[in-house]
Design a protein around this ligand. Structure first.
Ligand code: NDP
Ligand code: 8G0
Length: 444
């Protein structure tokens, strides 16, 4: 029996009304995976592998009440989508942002299944967070919110059950408050959260991991063509954790990074950033718009995205759907030859079709940004054994795993004419591992 793509997308759409991001990620995935199943694993239709895969194992939604500094009662909604424990304990980040809703978290948790499978580490998939807006909150408000959030979440997580981490709006400060409260409630110091501080169980290279891993992946794309990143012009969006360390590694590899961005606009420096400029940006924090006051070569393009700036390589590292079809057409017209995603699903469906149809290199987030969860997995191993690995040791392991993800993508994604469809490779490579494990574990 064959599965029909249209029927399956209709089924998903009916079942998940008002969840556009989730439907978007499942549809993009199905387009590659259904023809593969029909050709190589027709028995998956009867086993309802896809129907089972898209249904989260468990979703927890809870109330968070906390007091702000003016003694006003505040109410937010907390979530944990425990998507899949087929190949390991639930694993994935927590996002604090007003844009958080069930559709966004389900799409992120769905992408996480295949990303985590590609790493080769035993990790299931989850995502969580809250609609809490961390902007303009005091340190005490952030602490009280994190404690209230953990007062409910703690009963659903554990080092062998579900291991959260940070994501947008959740950095090391928030991880500290979350971990502290978990430890108080459970009276247990364990590897229940990753991204911890280095003095209290965190791994070396975890802050750098996603951005560095992204550049290791891009380096491999160029190596395939006997080229390097030397003097390549790179535009980056975002100015957070992923963007910052992507810029740092790109500069180390000899590329010229000409932009970063945030929700206010784009910082454009045609002369390229260097390590001193990056330090200044780190010191400015959220106020990257003030950077041109310190360096006259730069300008801040208010309310603009970086995608009209000519570049060789574009690295979207901010948020989902930040590259539209129009942006993609602009990038290709201006000579961009490679788009690699630090963020999760930053390219709309129309946008990545433009890249693939133009025959340029397109590396999807589930492969290219896996470095973060890879080093989280390495942090779990270190916590379990009580060992601490050196910077070089973790960085070498990260490089090795990014290379093996790259190889999986080429194995399943190389097309007849030689074009490497990294998206197809990542979708099929991640899927097959999880699907076979589902088959082995029976109807549970
Ligand atoms: P951060 O919170 O550290 O940074 C997010 C950055 O993106 C900020 O500069 C923010 O600007 C900017 N941004 C957010 N929304 C928009 C928008 N609509 N338009 C323009 N800029 C925007 O998050 P991370 O760097 O950790 O995460 C970035 C992306 O990478 C997310 O998609 C995340 O899921 C993904 N990711 C993260 C990993 C990690 O290890 N951290 C691992 C794998 C993927 P502002 O401050 O103005 O809001
Ligand atoms: O460490 C993690 O589990 C983690 C944190 C933030 C984002 C991601 C991701 O892969 O999107 C993973």
């Amino acid at each position: 029996m064959t599965i029909h793509l249209k029927d399956f997308i209709h089924y998903v759409t009916e079942l998940n009304q008002n969840q556009p991001e989730f439907i978007q990620s499942v549809s993009n995935f199905s387009e590659d995976v259904i023809p593969f199943i029909n050709e190589q694993y027709p028995n998956f239709e009867k086993l309802k592998i896809l129907e089972r895969l898209i249904e989260p194992e468990r979703i927890i939604i809870f109330k968070i009440t906390w007091m702000d500094d003016l003694n006003n009662i505040q109410i937010n909604r907390g979530y944990r989508v425990q998507m899949s424990s087929i190949i390991g304990p639930y694993k994935g980040g927590l996002r604090f942002s007003p844009t958080v809703n069930l559709s966004v978290l389900k799409f992120l948790a769905f992408e996480q299944i295949f990303k985590n499978a590609l790493t080769g580490i035993s990790l299931g998939a989850a995502k969580g967070g809250s609609d809490f807006n961390p902007k303009n909150k005091t340190d005490n408000e952030i602490m009280r919110f994190c404690q209230s959030f953990m007062n409910e979440l703690y009963r659903h997580i554990g080092s062998q059950t579900d291991i959260p981490a940070g994501d947008m709006g959740v950095g090391q400060r928030e991880i500290g408050y979350l971990f502290g409260q978990y430890k108080k409630l459970r009276n247990q110091f364990s590897g229940v959260i990753t991204g911890k501080g280095k003095a209290w169980g965190g791994s070396n290279i975890r802050p750098e991991a996603t951005g560095y891993g992204l550049l290791y992946f891009v380096e491999l794309i160029y190596k395939e063509q006997n080229s390097t990143l030397k003097n390549k012009i790179i535009t980056i969006s975002g100015a957070g954790n992923v963007a910052y360390y992507a810029a740092e590694k790109a500069i180390q590899l000899g590329a010229k990074v000409v932009s970063l961005s945030n929700s206010k606009g784009t910082l454009y420096d045609p002369e390229g950033l260097d390590s001193n400029k990056l330090k200044r940006i780190a010191a400015l924090g959220k106020d990257i718009d003030e950077f041109p006051l310190h360096y006259s070569s730069a300008q801040f393009l208010t309310k603009q995205k970086p995608w009209s700036i000519p570049c060789d390589i574009a690295l979207p590292c901010a948020t989902e759907n930040e590259i539209t079809e129009k942006d993609a057409l602009n990038l290709v017209a201006n000579g961009c030859k490679c788009v690699a995603e630090g963020a999760n699903m930053p390219s709309t469906r129309e946008a990545f079709k433009v890249f693939i149809n133009a025959g340029i290199n397109y590396a999807p987030g589930k492969a290219a940004n896996a470095g973060g969860v890879v080093v989280s997995g390495l942090e779990m191993s270190q916590n379990a054994t009580g060992l601490r690995w050196t910077n070089d040791n973790v960085d070498d392991k990260l490089k090795g795993i990014m290379e093996s993800i790259y190889k999986t993508c080429t194995k399943y994604g190389t097309e007849k004419g030689g074009y490497i469809n990294y998206l197809k490779g990542a979708n099929i490579g991640g899927f097959i591992k999880v699907a076979q494990a589902m088959q082995a574990q029976g109807i549970v």
